[in-house]
Design a protein. Structure first.
Length: 94
């Protein structure tokens, strides 16, 4: 699923995904979007609209010392978020 979201963000929308990996645990019930850099929060509405993430699970945890601008954590609800169908279109069959 991470590869599909990466394809959606990069190929179709021009965002640069520099890294993707498993979260530090698998206990996330909800998909979360975290903005770390103030200057990247200007893209928040665009990303929120694109991925259709519940605004309740979006946070602005500014830390200018971190490498990442934005963190997306897929929760157990990944297949229930409104963008799942859109992201699934980027699935490349074998």
């Amino acid at each position: 699923m991470l590869r599909l979201i990466k394809a959606l963000l990069t190929a179709k929308n021009g965002f640069d995904v520099v890294d993707f990996k498993n979260a530090n645990n698998f206990d996330y019930k909800n998909t979360e979007l975290i903005f770390h850099k103030r200057d990247y929060s200007i893209y928040s509405n665009e990303i929120i609209d694109l991925l259709k993430i519940n605004p309740e699970f979006i946070s602005y945890n500014y830390n200018e010392n971190t490498y990442y601008q934005i963190t997306l954590i897929l929760g157990e609800d990944y297949n229930k978020i409104n963008s799942y169908e859109l992201v699934s279109m980027f699935y490349e069959p074998f």
